[in-house]
Ligand binder design. Sequence first.
Ligand SMILES: Cc1cc2nc3c(=O)[nH]c(=O)nc-3n(C[C@H](O)[C@H](O)[C@H](O)COP(=O)(O)OP(=O)(O)OC[C@H]3O[C@@H](n4cnc5c(N)ncnc54)[C@H](O)[C@@H]3O)c2cc1C
Length: 623
Amino acid sequence: MDSRDRRLGLGRAISRRDFLNGVSVAIGASLLPACAKTGDPVAEGLSAYYPPAETGMRGSHPGSFEVAHAAVQGQHWAAETTDEHYDLVVVGAGISGLSAAYIYRRDVDPNARILILDNHDDFGGHAKRNEFTLDGRTFIGYGGTMFMEAPKTYPVTAKQVIRELGIDTDRHGDFYHEGLFASHGVGRVSFFDKETFGKDFLASGEHGLSGSIDGAPLSVSAKAELERLFADEKDYLAGMTMAERRAVLESHSWRDYLERFAGLGEEVLAFVQKWPHGVWAIGADALPAWVAWNEGYPGFAGMDLGQDDENGGEEDGGSFYFPDGNASIARLLVRKLVPTVAPGSSIEDIVTARFDYSRLDQPENLTLIRLSSTVIGLRHQDGKLDADVDVTYVSGDKGRTVTAKKVVWAGYHAMLPHICPDVAEDQVAALSSSVRAPLVYTNVLIRNWRSLVRLGLRRAYCPGSFFQTVMFTHPVSMGDYRFSRSPDEPVVLHLQHIPLAPGLPAPEQFQAGRRALFVTPFATFERNVRDQLGRMLGPGGFDPARDIAGITVNRWPHGYAYSVDVQSGDVAWWPEYWRHERRPWFDARQRVGNIVFAGTDASSNAMTESAIEEAHRAVHSLM
Ligand SMILES: Cc1cc2nc3c(=O)[nH]c(=O)nc-3n(C[C@H](O)[C@H](O)[C@H](O)COP(=O)(O)OP(=O)(O)OC[C@H]3O[C@@H](n4cnc5c(N)ncnc54)[C@H](O)[C@@H]3O)c2cc1C
């Protein structure tokens, strides 16, 4: 450790740091986190087992993925045959798998015996809750699925589940501190880093616009271009017919479009490259121009192409936020399925309810949720598609087989063909056409937010930095949970990093990003957190060594679900505007005997409403 490391605070004790990284952790080895070591959280009466409070490397944490990777590469386990038999086994305890169990119980059989298996040490999948404790107070952040976007536009089946969970999305205003940040004068800024732009510079004002970029490390012409782009008054395709315009948008990436038709130079193209990262997990180089247009990105003034995003704007009724993102939806579902797991009955009390994880997997439960259990085999008995299904999973380093009348697969489509011999060849191809975009959501607990107020920073776009987004977590108080309302109080910041390889086709970028994540240790994330926050917030008085109290990195190598047309390489960014006749995700989700498919791969739409809707469709296809 050199003096710079010490200045950044790399040696400091922070909220229990987990030094494990993602590099080749041996299965079943002592490196597995304490809670995953036994493979069975209830086995040793682990009353202290409470995964949301784990910090360090979370998301796809060490110990969660190694078995699946080995299974896909052909490793076999000698599995013990058990006498456990279930009406339904659900693979995946994300929102979709949990919804499938809930809907099965509601619509098929209230007394069904259900087993839910998940490879992580916590339930919720992407809907992951992160907690920090500082000076006796708990601070909550979202490690993945962040909010319910436009729940008024959800499909009826998803709306019904949300309503039955007690979530009244009209009550958004009861919990969300609408004016909090404005009252402290913090807003949007852009951070130019010296490695990319030649000098560290924080430009205040919306997107670093107008007067705010006077001092930015950009050439005079680039500043003028940036202002022109965001003023968004120029029709760059003037004189073209509607069909010609559409053809241009469909055949160019947003970056190529801006370069060729809007005449933007390299500096501004570098500025916008990561603009779509948070929403699409891809950069401007590979995001189709028509998606950028539909999303309302700048550069498309005067383009009425007769197609609009009807879900945008105020008419969608707004969004709904829990302090832990949609992890509260997962927790509400789990409390319905296993009522003894936590007290309470409302959305207010779910936020601070302490879950007793030892209740999840008890033989007397009607629904059992078994964590740290990776399914590595699904096979209809005697090869007969109307027979029961043998479900083999690995927990710790032990294989076990249970049997099920029906199975809902709410895991990743692309894995299934590797572990289920019952899938026909053409369906294997369709299942394999599902790709996943990698993302990393990092939560950083800081001791106060005075520096952010001094700098006017609520949300920063950082086009050249490791984390392209740095922002406050959503200001939500609910039940007994109080969001930090004074700059003198600690607060959780949300930082995003999307690993990609610009220049390649999107699916190859996702693959490259996944590989990069696999070998990026926690220490690299920590160094970047400290370095970037120190440089951005330092002028406001922030000292990373003193002010950072906790870091949790949520690594999602298998993040947003997208389907790909293998022939053209087209990605189904927006399934409702898919232009090919065949929808690979429709072909992929066809029932295989007693196995049906839920999860967002089944809709090529990484959204909570799809996770629930696909669960509903899958369960009802069994009826
Ligand atoms: C970082 C991030 C942010 C997001 N933000 C939002 C948001 O704000 N709003 C929104 O609507 N959507 C958001 N999404 C999309 C999100 O994917 C969905 O909303 C939803 O949470 C997906 O639920 P799911 O159950 O389909 O999948 P998942 O949450 O991925 O759950 C599937 C589970 O199955 C497990 N599994 C897979 N294979 C196996 C196996 N073989 N054995 C055992 N278990 C297995 C997985 O590990 C996982 O735990 C976000 C996604 C990511 C990655």
